[in-house]
Design a protein around this ligand. Structure first.
Ligand code: LLP
Length: 419
């Protein structure tokens, strides 16, 4: 469900005309719908409303401060994976007791920042990381609240580059080491063991791998409790897939919640969730303008002014994004390769895509780009980061402005010996 719809043949974000927005701001740019963000976080929270769960939005999906502020105003917590994301969450008004810190390798500075802020929990991914946290917390005279992220060795996720729960992935603590490491953690003065954490991947389209992983974790919790370890929290990560186009029907959060209740009810733990894509993915689109239509020997290229640096998902994961013309004129269709201007063959958004005929100057919208879109951008080819716009009803605001060339190079210094 989202709030991007045609009105009289023109695409709108809520009550805002995308064509007028493009004229005002210049292309390319991201647009987010506040109503969609609110709807998604509410649907997720409602699914677990009876259980006092903590829904900690995965900031990496879309870390714009305004987006975080919208979600914080709905009572969402934050799952952060860096000192920068922690600062963003705090700045957006997320209460520290709703923040969990995930990530493979937290540095001493990041651990100190998390302890300074007094966050809810650090999710620990290795024995050396546990030791580092213990040492820092003990020196401060406190015990850091932690969960160990365990790796259940279960395959899941739409693409090998976003699978995290297999034993050959770098993530989490090996299943066979978990019990011993919990025993070690329990004896460390700088550590307060609170729970177990698991996250098996992203864009997971069915419930079976989740259920298999969560079942495995419940047996671990029983073992840990038998070992005398008090487990009061269970962090089930993120990963619920979204629809990127027709024919895709990922599970509804209610079905996900029913399965989780069935599996975890006997445990009497506080559940934590880290949804990212499910909240932000379909709340955003990337608007771009056709620069040229180039007719090659074998292909017809629609060359647009957005590039792989602006939205990496197709280049990096072969990801499918629906592409909609902003003005829907009922034109006859043609088959295009939709590509960007970046000097890389992988700068391609869609291969052999059937679209209504388009001309240079026309606008297109790349759909479902609200998660892992703007947050994964770069300035490759010296292309300034593109603006982000938030729409609410008939209002809109630029929530990240397009930097000028001078702003883009402001951090670069030419050493005196080159003058
Ligand atoms: N928690 C942890 C520990 C994670 O690593 C992730 C995502 C999430 C939560 C949120 O997962 P979600 O609910 O969004 O699936 N850039 C890739 C996705 C990478 C996901 C990384 N971790 C993409 O564009 O598909």
């Amino acid at each position: 469900m989202h709030h991007f719809q045609y009105r009289d043949g023109y695409l709108f974000a809520e009550d805002v005309d995308i064509t007028a927005l493009a004229d005002e701001i210049g292309t390319p740019f991201y647009v987010y719908s506040e109503a969609t963000l609110r709807r998604h976080i509410r649907v997720f929270q409602k699914a677990f409303a009876s259980s006092n769960a903590l829904v900690a939005y995965a900031v990496k999906a879309n870390s714009n401060l305004a987006v975080l502020k919208v979600l914080a105003s709905e009572g969402a917590g934050a799952d952060v994976v860096s000192g920068g994301e922690l600062q963003r969450a705090l700045k957006a008004g997320v209460a520290p007791e709703k923040i969990v810190f995930s990530g493979v390798a937290k540095t001493a500075d990041e651990i100190n920042a998390a302890l300074d802020a007094g966050i809810y929990q650090l999710n620990v991914e290795s024995e050396p990381e546990l030791e580092r946290i213990a040492q820092i917390a003990q020196a401060r005279g406190i015990a850091a609240p932690i969960a160990l992220r365990v790796n259940p060795d279960i395959a899941a996720g739409g693409h090998e580059k976003i699978s995290t729960g297999k034993s050959e992935d770098k993530f989490g603590i090996a299943w066979s080491d978990a019990r011993a490491l919990y025993a070690k953690a329990g004896a460390m003065p700088g550590i307060s063991v609170k729970g177990v954490d698991v996250h098996i991947g992203s864009q997971i389209a069915d419930l079976a791998p989740f259920e298999a992983a969560f079942q495995k974790v419940t047996t671990l919790i029983a073992d840990l409790r038998a070992d005398g370890c008090a487990i009061e929290r269970l962090d089930l990560g993120g990963g619920l897939g979204i629809s990127y186009g027709e024919g895709e029907a990922p599970p509804h959060p209610d079905a996900y919640a029913r399965m989780i209740r069935r599996v975890t009810e006997p445990l009497d733990v506080r559940l934590i969730f880290e949804p990212g894509r499910m909240i932000a993915g379909n709340a955003g689109i990337l608007v771009s303008r056709v620069i040229y239509v180039k007719v090659g020997e074998k292909r017809r290229f629609l060359i647009i002014d957005a590039g792989m640096n602006d939205l990496m998902r197709p280049a990096l994961y072969d990801a499918w994004h629906d592409i909609w013309p902003v003005a829907n004129r009922d034109a006859p269709t043609t088959i295009y390769d939709v590509v960007g201007p970046v000097c890389e063959s992988s700068d391609c958004f869609a291969k052999e895509r059937t679209l209504p005929e388009l001309r240079d100057g026309d606008l297109i919208a790349i759909m479902s780009a609200g998660a892992y879109g703007a947050s994964q951008t770069s300035e490759y080819n010296s292309r300034p980061l593109i603006p982000e716009v938030l729409v609410s009803g008939d209002a809109h605001a630029i929530i990240r402005k397009r930097p000028s060339f001078d702003e883009m190079i402001a951090g670069e210094v030419t050493p005196a010996w080159l003058d």
